[in-house]
Design a protein around this ligand. Structure first.
Ligand code: GLY
Length: 252
């Protein structure tokens, strides 16, 4: 993870609202997420903020990691291109000699928020941020490692993971009316009702589902699957077009 920049209120947003981001409150919400991940049994490392990059807390966009393999991205937003190198260096350190870490070069662009891994498949959103060359780069890198890569058209929202996330290797959460569930093939698709779409972005780790606060039907659907639930307030993260998965890269 990475701390929230002092400049966070200048984060890139698709539909700016009149209400400014409260950076201090964003930091408290970020800290609660760190605590939730630790309580789920994860070791959490937090890189220092990058004030030159308002969106830098959204580390998910900087690298795709599967086991010992990592593809460093080239984000679609120009203002975010300087975020990747420090993440890449840290991942190289963490993966050590066993790891294989490669970069992405122009003209490809990839945002990690478009890349959803479920088992041995990467679902890659073809979006305003992730272009055709980016999808090809994911296919080239991870295809050689035995992963399937499925392209999913993303229109009208920022990233694929704004509307879909992994529950386990057999199931995904998917916001109703966003992308065609058929893209997920044989996976079980748990539909999130439109008025709870924000909660389609959830982090499920080690039997714990971390979800946005205030979405009772998503909570109930995950509880029914035997998951322990942690709800987090995310108002300031959401104002920056962010959600839970954006704020971390889960290694392993
Ligand atoms: N604010 C998140 C992004 O636009 O990448």
């Amino acid at each position: 993870m990475r701390g929230i920049s002092a400049t966070f209120r200048d984060a890139v947003v698709m539909h700016p609202t009149a209400e400014a981001i409260d950076v201090e409150r964003a930091r408290l919400q970020h800290a609660a997420y760190v605590h939730a991940l630790r309580s789920a049994g994860l070791v959490v490392e937090i890189m220092p903020p990058l004030d030159a990059h308002p969106d830098a807390c959204f580390v998910e966009d900087c690298a795709l990691v599967a086991g010992a393999h990592a593809l460093v991205t080239r984000p679609g937003a120009l203002s975010r291109r300087g975020e990747t190198e420090s993440v890449a260096e840290r991942i190289v350190d963490l993966l050590g000699d066993t790891g294989r870490v490669e970069r992405t070069y122009a003209p490809a662009t990839i945002d990690g928020g478009d890349c959803l891994r479920v088992g041995k498949t990467w679902f890659v959103g073809r979006s305003a941020r992730t272009n055709d060359e980016g999808v090809r780069r994911v296919r080239e890198f991870f295809g050689a490692l035995g992963f399937a890569v499925v392209e999913v058209p993303v229109e009208g929202f920022l990233h694929l993971k704004c509307v879909a996330s992994r529950i386990d290797d057999g199931a995904v959460l998917l916001a109703e009316g966003t992308v065609d569930p058929a893209h997920f093939g044989n996976l079980e698709v748990v539909t999130v009702p439109r008025d709870e779409a924000y909660a389609a972005n959830a982090v499920v780790v080690q039997g714990t589902a971390i979800i946005a606060k205030g979405f009772p039907r998503v909570r109930a659907a995950l509880e029914q699957r035997g998951l322990r639930i942690i709800e987090l307030a995310l108002s300031e993260i959401a104002k920056a077009d962010g959600s839970l998965t954006c704020l971390s890269i889960v290694l392993g």
